[in-house]
Design a protein around this ligand. Structure first.
Ligand code: SF4
Length: 314
């Protein structure tokens, strides 16, 4: 499947969906009322220092409403912009496998029947909250409805991981990917560029490591410093140098050059509620960011995976 073109020198999710489903596909973020084991003490307390109190699901539905109500509300909002399409039921906020198996089964089974046009169930979680019985069940569910797991990693570097209180290591992440792929479950990885004290080389090493794993997609986010987060307080108290737009474009373009050619890029920017954003201000202009990335790749005549391919052939 060739998803690249003159405009976009990398595999965009938009092109992937169009080729796969021949229609627009909407992701509908549902809130199953989960907590996070990195906040509630199961694994650690305090959470990842960049995480907002909404559990990194700032645009999901209202957890107090039934899934059907959340789904219909978001669906009708989507249809104000686009007339028709398919849907992805997306459990986004917090850690969406952090519950007993019976509760997970009830929620997921309900979610996939919310609408006949749902084509995928997407579940955001941590690598340390995927016990064997959950993976076994997801593997079975995957034979009835495609399942995609969005797995938070953020960085491969333990020193950064400790600093931001991720509370799991890389071996745990690698093992989760391996066990999910044994059940043929699609894996999409989240990483963040611009974490404190990470160099360009460290961010590229994260991509090179991901190339060695059987992953199908990636979301590359820029660091947002948000109000009411530990990192936001740390920054206000003792500011450090943040990435500029130029830095972000430079690093991300090089990461795309290294990223394996078959991996689908789901995102190159992030979303943060504007009222809660402390910095960097340029992150508000998502279209500028992607335009600059596209422009630079065209100017360099660089395509996704070029560096990786060259190194493999050397
Ligand atoms: S694992 Fe996710 S939900 Fe939990 S604290 Fe970290 S970013 Fe927030």
């Amino acid at each position: 499947m060739n998803l690249m073109n003159h405009e976009k020198h990398y595999n965009t999710l938009h092109n992937y969906y169009l080729q796969t489903y021949q229609k627009k596909v909407f992701k509908i973020a549902l809130n199953g009322g989960f907590t996070c084991p990195n906040i509630d003490g199961t694994v650690a307390t305090g959470g990842c220092t960049f995480c907002s109190y909404m559990g990194s699901g700032d645009f999901a539905g209202n957890k107090l409403e039934p899934l059907k109500v959340q789904f219909e509300k978001i669906k009708s909002m989507m249809h104000q912009k686009w007339e028709e399409g398919y849907y992805i039921a997306y459990f986004q906020a917090n850690t969406n496998t952090h519950a007993p198996l019976e509760r997970l089964k009830a929620l997921y089974e309900e979610a996939i029947t919310l609408d006949p046009h749902i084509v995928l169930l997407s579940i955001g979680t941590r690598p340390d909250v995927l016990p064997d019985d959950v993976i076994e069940y997801l593997g079975e569910l995957n034979t009835r409805m495609p399942v995609q797991i969005e797995l938070g990693l953020q960085t491969i570097h333990q020193v950064t991981s400790d600093l931001i209180n991720r509370a799991h290591d890389l071996a745990c992440f690698d093992d989760a990917v391996k066990r999910l792929r044994q059940k043929k479950i699609e894996v999409v990885v989240h990483i963040i560029n611009g974490l404190p004290f990470e160099t360009k080389q460290m961010m590229i090493e994260t991509i090179k490591h991901l190339n060695t794993l059987d992953i199908q997609g990636i979301k590359i986010h820029m660091l947002h410093l948000m109000e009411k987060t530990k990192m936001g307080y740390q920054y206000k108290k003792n500011p450090w140098k943040l990435m500029t737009l130029e830095d972000y474009v430079d690093v991300t373009v090089e990461q795309i050059g290294w990223l394996r050619k078959d991996i689908i890029i789901h995102r190159l920017t992030g979303d943060a509620p504007q009222a809660m954003l402390i910095a960097p201000d340029w992150t508000k202009k998502k279209f500028v960011v992607t335009n600059e990335i596209d422009k630079k790749m065209r100017h360099m005549n660089l395509w996704q995976g070029d560096y990786d391919e060259k190194e493999r052939l050397a």
